[in-house]
Design a protein around this ligand. Structure first.
Ligand SMILES: Nc1ncnc2c1ncn2[C@@H]1O[C@H](COP(=O)(O)OP(=O)(O)O)[C@@H](O)[C@H]1O
Ligand SMILES: C[C@@](O)(CCOP(=O)(O)O)CC(=O)O
Ligand SMILES: [Mg+2]
Length: 460
């Protein structure tokens, strides 16, 4: 079967307000981040399906003939874009050798991959031989939507390779986005991937991964917020690992146990999201005032308390809130909580020294902390050349002082060393990445020591 090779990427996300409540039909406000997951799909003639997942140290392959045995004999359609095929998931669990309640990170990623691969290609009754390689700038399992970015990339790549959706790239373009119809389809398949990884996702993360920007999300209804002020946000990763699946299930248990206590809290979170949206709209249509920022800060504090009440806080997140408040800044957890990441709102008048001191305080706690850019583009297809250039550019921006950027602006600082370590430890046969790393002491924002890295991807 002739398939189309492709390279795609999707962004991670931060939830401003509404995590967990959104699983139960309440409003969430979410923004895309400038940290992306990249996927390359290559056609091969090995009669094998290979998957390279360096972020979770997973490199696997299967014979196409073995995978074919998972297809129904009857020729009946496999999987439906609108619902998870429970029988196929059961078969795949058996095939991969995982039990029903597994939380193993690798198994979840493998199941999501096989599920989307089989469903998308089953229609042709001919499964293709291919290699899929995925790597991410996002920390996995930290609340920044890495599972959704992964699922969106899988869906976009399989749909594109199978010819179900056309390539959006024209001859001259290095990067392009799909139209609404295609994005709708990508989003639906990505949601099935999220279901496999999360159990009971709301769909907000895959929506942000697909459309990007700043979204209001409620029960599958996605509204892009076009009129919002440019917010400055610090992201902090406490580095405490946690599982979204477990935390979402924990909130459900609490709801079942104490419905009259927990339901009003989720209602209040909904009101926080709506009030925040209203405030952001006002700020965009008028000049933002200090009072607007006071409201945003109060909403952050209220929501953080609510998230603690529903049981998704963590002592490291309490520390984040206390440390930033000591510098006059307000924080809350983002994503599923229980560790992972938090966001801190920066006011326009917040002095640079305050930001730098706060970042240092948080690093002294052992956390990663960096200022991020929000509102990045949703899922994209790239030409191989574009990825190479873009990545080199991104890395230079993140690492080099010549462009006037500090390494801790816009990128998690650990990300750079993670990539160096991750890629250097790849097997020799690693097909797509080559890396050159130079350690340099660079002068930026004081005498910070940074690693300068140049990366060339995709087998150049
Ligand atoms: N780059 C990646 N490669 C492979 N699997 C990934 C990748 N990113 C995410 N995943 C999958 O998503 C899981 C993390 O999802 P989750 O617990 O929802 O955390 P989050 O979405 O906040 O990062 C990982 O355990 C893994 O199964
Ligand atoms: C807790 C939740 O609201 C967000 C989870 O995000 P993350 O997987 O922690 O990045 C769950 C969901 O909306 O599906
Ligand atoms: Mg997730």
């Amino acid at each position: 079967m002739q398939i189309k090779e492709c390279i795609v990427s999707a962004p991670g996300k931060a939830i401003l307000h509404g995590e967990h409540a959104v699983v139960h039909g309440k409003v969430a406000l979410a923004v895309s981040l400038n940290l992306r997951t990249y996927l390359r799909l290559q056609a091969t003639s090995t009669s094998k399906v290979c998957i390279n997942l360096p972020n979770i140290n997973t490199f696997l392959s299967w014979d196409v003939a073995v995978l074919k045995q998972l297809l129904p004999d009857s020729g009946a359609e496999l999987g439906n874009v609108n619902e998870l095929d429970a029988e196929l998931v059961r078969m795949l669990r058996k095939f991969v050798g995982v039990s029903n309640g597994t939380l193993d990170t690798r198994s979840m990623a493998i199941l999501a991959f096989l599920y989307i691969y089989l469903c998308v290609f089953a229609k042709s009754r001919e499964l293709p031989s291919l290699t899929v390689s995925v790597w991410s700038e996002l920390p996995t399992g930290a609340g920044l939507g890495s599972s959704a970015a992964y699922s969106v990339c899988l869906a976009a790549a399989m749909l594109s390779a199978s010819g179900t959706i056309p390539s959006p790239l024209s001859d001259q373009e290095n990067t392009a986005r799909w139209g609404e119809v295609e994005m709708e389809l990508i989003n639906r398949w990505a949601f099935q991937g999220e279901r496999i990884i999360h159990g009971n996702p709301s769909g907000v993360d895959n929506a942000v991964g697909t459309w990007g920007g700043i979204l209001r999300y409620r029960s599958g209804k996605i509204t892009a917020l076009s009129r919002v002020p440019m917010l400055r946000i610090l992201l902090t990763n406490t580095k405490v690992p946690r599982s979204t699946k477990v935390l979402v299930a924990g909130v459900k248990d609490k709801m079942n146990k104490f419905p009259s206590i927990i339901n009003p809290v989720l209602e209040s979170v909904d009101a926080v999201s709506c009030t925040c949206e209203q405030t952001l709209t006002e700020m965009a249509s008028d000049t933002p005032t200090p009072e607007h920022y006071n409201v945003l800060e109060e909403l952050i504090d209220i929501n953080q308390h609510h998230l603690n009440v529903i049981g998704v806080g963590h002592t490291t997140l309490d520390t984040l809130c206390q440390v930033t408040l000591a510098r006059g800044l307000h924080s809350k957890l983002t994503g599923a909580g229980g560790g992972g990441c938090g966001i801190t709102l920066l006011r326009p008048e917040t002095e640079c020294s305050v930001i730098q001191n706060t970042i240092q305080d948080l690093r002294d706690c052992g956390y990663d902390c960096w200022e991020t850019r929000i509102g990045a583009a949703g899922v994209q297809q790239h030409s191989p050349l574009a990825v190479k250039e873009q990545q080199c550019h991104d890395f230079r921006q993140a690492c080099g002082p010549s462009l006037g950027q500090a390494a801790d602006l816009h990128r998690p600082p650990h990300d750079i060393s993670f990539k160096v370590l991750g890629f250097l430890s790849l097997p020799r046969a690693w097909p797509i990445l080559t890396l050159q790393a130079h350690t340099a002491v660079l002068q930026s924002y004081g005498a910070a020591r940074h690693h300068s890295v140049s990366l060339s991807m995709w087998g150049t």
